[in-house]
Design a protein around this ligand. Structure first.
Ligand code: SF4
Length: 340
């Protein structure tokens, strides 16, 4: 498969009055052409900061990119001039956000907002841009596209606004779409429609999608590969099948236990992950999940686990995968954890 984007050893800090927040720590992953990769994790895990770094959206005055590279077709985005990055954004790489109301321009007609990108990046006539924008409105499933072209965002429902955002993002046929929690603000039925729309469009246009979400249900329905993020670190990556059927990191186990199983006939309690994420001003020296992990061993507190290869597509950063480690069951049978 042809690789489209590769993030390598990315480290991003924020300068605050309280010190430096280490928001993204040695993050590496890639996405192939026309693939859907989900980055999953709880709030503050660094997933949005990672994609905002790709898009060059972080405020320069407080952001320090300490290390790493972001290769798009072999070109390091972190080394591009502002004007070169601007050219790529919108034409080759697009982004949709959680709340369409804050991303759409309330004073501009929806159709004009879609046509604007087409005119800037494709240098086409007003008439052609209008025709293509109307077609995009139709493609994302908004009825009466000619009439909707001339309406303003406040005349659209939440779901329709999100569809309009997708139309804007896809109008220039980008090779990569970054969708940051695109359905969180929508109700469940609309959420399912918007996700199906994204998958259908990916099939039709071959666009690769990085989907940021905290919802494993969305991941299972939509993605092909998954990266699980915790405290600024990618702790596990694999295909959807590998992550759902054979997860190899206790944080991923915790995420799985905290989602309802609608096929189960028994009444089952959902098990929350106890505790809270570490302080990213001074992250733990060892495994970031150690203070919440019931399998934590001495080494977990002092040394960051390496990236263990489970299969060529499946990796996990957890000492339990070391051949010298006792099994999870053996640790539990001791009846105590390191952090009791
Ligand atoms: Fe738990 Fe240790 Fe694995 Fe971290 S490395 S998840 S603390 S067992």
């Amino acid at each position: 498969m042809e690789q489209l984007l590769e993030v390598k050893n990315l480290e991003v800090n924020f300068t605050t009055y309280g010190g430096e927040v280490k928001a993204v720590r040695d993050v590496s992953f890639h996405i192939n052409k026309s693939e859907i990769l989900a980055i999953v994790g709880e709030s503050g895990s660094g997933k949005s900061v990672t994609v905002q770094t790709i898009m060059g959206l972080l405020p320069k005055n407080v952001t320090k990119i300490k290390n790493g590279a972001i290769y798009y077709k072999g070109q390091n985005l972190l080394k591009l001039k502002k004007s070169q990055l601007r050219k790529l954004k919108g034409s080759k790489i697009s982004m949709i956000f959680q709340d369409p109301m804050t991303s759409l321009n309330p004073t501009m007609k929806i159709g004009s907002q879609i046509a604007e990108g087409l005119r800037i990046h494709h240098n086409i006539s007003k008439q052609d841009a209008k025709a293509q924008a109307t077609n995009m409105i139709k493609l994302v499933g908004i009825p009466n596209p000619e009439q909707r072209y001339d309406q303003y965002p406040h005349e659209f429902s939440g779901g329709m606004r999100q569809r309009a955002m997708i139309a804007i993002a896809l109008a220039c046929k980008p090779e990569l779409l970054i969708a940051d929690e695109p359905t969180t603000a929508l109700d469940v039925t609309i959420q399912a429609q918007v996700l199906k729309l994204m998958v259908d469009l990916k099939e039709k246009t071959d666009t690769a999608i990085i989907l940021i979400t905290h919802d494993l249900g969305v991941v299972a329905e939509t993605a092909e590969r998954v990266a699980v993020m915790y405290a600024g670190v990618i702790v596990e990556t694999g295909t959807v099948d590998e992550i759902f059927r054979n997860p190899k990191h206790p944080y991923t186990w915790g995420l799985m236990e905290s989602i309802p199983d609608f096929n189960s006939k028994k009444k089952e309690r959902l098990i929350p992950i106890e505790g809270s994420p570490p302080d990213l001003f001074a992250p733990p020296k060892g495994c970031p999940f150690a203070p919440r992990c019931k399998y934590a061993m001495e080494i977990c507190a002092s040394e960051m686990p390496g990236d263990y290869e489970i299969s060529t597509s499946h990796h996990a950063k957890c000492w339990l995968n070391d051949e010298q480690s006792p099994s999870a069951d053996e640790i539990l049978s001791l009846g105590r954890t390191l952090y009791e």
